[in-house]
Design a protein around this ligand. Structure first.
Ligand code: IMP
Length: 431
């Protein structure tokens, strides 16, 4: 039995979906533990693309059971849409392959409205959220008035909870934000329908997880977003509303820290970010556009163009420390092919002082000027490479340098979007 956490080392969009899909056949259980449908995991299998926002990316492997843990916030419309699509395609034949925690909180229409209303009002200071209601749903959770998936199964109690919340939400929406109120009766009808349809999937997921561990199964925890979008460890306030670091698995899925074996940090071979906030190695001009074009860098959830820049080893070191990575996966190495020169930030200058550590405050991060080292580029199509030795020497040197700078072995390298376009240097689930 091995437990492996796969988490993003940057600002999300590192290609976690592809790596989780690649790892899933080696696992029996795949578990999401935080976030919601702000995530968008793009998987390409036999040329067919699937984008998942809530259902764990392990679902494409027919042998896996996929858990949505208590730490996740669930938009039932999106979840049901994904379940329907997977069922229609014959990927999901048995509801017991997707289990949703009754303790997971539900995203309701007013959460989406509040998310959008706040962003609109914030204008220049907007976070650039995905508008999916994630922050407002987590707010209700921590203020202890949220509605949970299990509540959807109790229509009578649900009416009361919805009425109570709707009064406050509609007051805030109409009086403060001058926004449209939500239709409370329609929400109630919909919520009852969600309960009816989700019932076969609702589960005490901590027990299912515990059983899998007792039976010696391999368990894969699928992170969303990334270290620098973490509510505590990210570039606050330009972050999401959940903990995205490896440690969040324990609370978000319900597993003790003593039972975690391996932590895989996932990074792109360069860096991207969507939404607002500081990004020290961002390339705002032609080079950034070239990276966006080469990498097809448009958001899987919102379609927004991603901001692009060079790999930042200062960030990788910070993420390695906070998450305790045992290995790194470097994605999209193929995208950098044909560039004459590839840069890596090894340190920053902040207010005239050199530092190799990621700064603590937003102001310092905003003022950080990267110190780069230059690497010669490589040529040729890497997508056919399956062994490290197949890569051009300069690409291998680049990966070796990333490993040395991060202080963590690079065990997986992705050279294309397809499941098999992956170089594995060791068995990821080894004990
Ligand atoms: P929220 O999670 O929708 O509240 O958005 C907060 C910030 O996190 C924004 O900058 C989003 O663009 C970013 N974000 C949220 N989810 C993802 C993701 O899956 N990939 C990349 N960025 C994300």
């Amino acid at each position: 039995m091995t437990t492996l956490i796969a988490v993003g080392a940057q600002w999300g969009d590192e290609g976690k979906g592809k790596i989780v899909d690649w790892l899933a056949p080696k696992a029996e259980l795949v578990v999401r533990f935080h976030g919601g449908n702000n995530a968008g995991h793009t998987l390409v299998v036999d040329g067919e693309q699937t984008v998942l926002h809530v259902v764990p990316a392990g679902v494409l492997d027919p042998k896996t059971v996929n858990l949505i843990g208590p730490g996740v916030v669930v938009d039932p419309d999106i979840l049901l849409e994904e379940l329907d699509a997977l069922t229609e395609r014959g990927v999901l034949r048995d509801p017991s392959r997707v289990r949703v925690s009754g303790r997971a909180h539900v995203i309701l229409e007013w959460h989406r409205s509040l998310d959008k209303a706040r962003e609109e009002l914030a204008k220049g200071r907007a976070i650039g959220t995905t508008g999916r209601g994630i922050g407002p749903a987590y707010e209700d959770k921590v203020t202890r008035r949220g509605i949970r998936v299990a509540d959807l199964l109790d229509p009578a109690g649900l009416r009361e909870a919805i009425d109570r919340l709707a009064e406050q939400k509609n007051f805030e929406l109409t009086e403060y934000y001058k926004w449209q109120p939500v239709d409370v009766d329609a929400i109630h009808r919909r919520a009852v329908e969600w309960g009816r349809r989700l019932e076969p999937y609702v589960d005490h997921t901590e027990r299912t997880l515990e059983r899998a561990l007792r039976d010696g199964r391999n368990v894969l925890f699928e992170g969303a977003q990334g270290n620098f979008l973490d509510i505590d460890h990210g570039t606050y306030p330009y972050v999401t509303s959940s903990n995205c670091v490896a440690g969040a698995v324990c609370a978000g899925a319900g597993i003790g820290p003593t039972r975690i074996d391996r932590v895989l940090g996932i990074t792109k071979a360069y860096t991207t970010r969507v939404g607002g906030g500081p990004f020290p190695t961002e390339e705002k001009g032609e080079r950034g556009e070239e990276l966006r074009r080469l990498g097809g860098e448009f958001g899987a959830t919102t379609g927004r163009p991603r901001r692009c820049g060079w790999l930042d080893a200062v960030m990788l070191r910070e993420a390695a420390t906070v998450n305790g990575y045992t290995a790194l996966a470097v994605n999209k190495l193929d995208v950098l092919s044909e560039l004459d020169e590839v840069l890596i930030a090894t340190a920053y200058t902040v207010d005239g002082k050199r530092t190799e550590e990621f700064p603590m405050t937003l102001g310092e991060i905003e003022r950080a000027v990267p110190i780069y080292e230059s690497h010669p580029g490589w040529t040729g199509d890497l997508t056919g490479c399956r062994r490290f030795e197949d890569l051009p020497q300069t690409a291998r040197d680049y990966v070796d340098r990333v490993q040395a700078l991060a202080g963590v072995p690079v065990e997986l390298i992705s050279v294309g979007p397809g499941r098999d376009e992956t170089i594995s240097r060791t068995e990821p689930f080894r004990a």
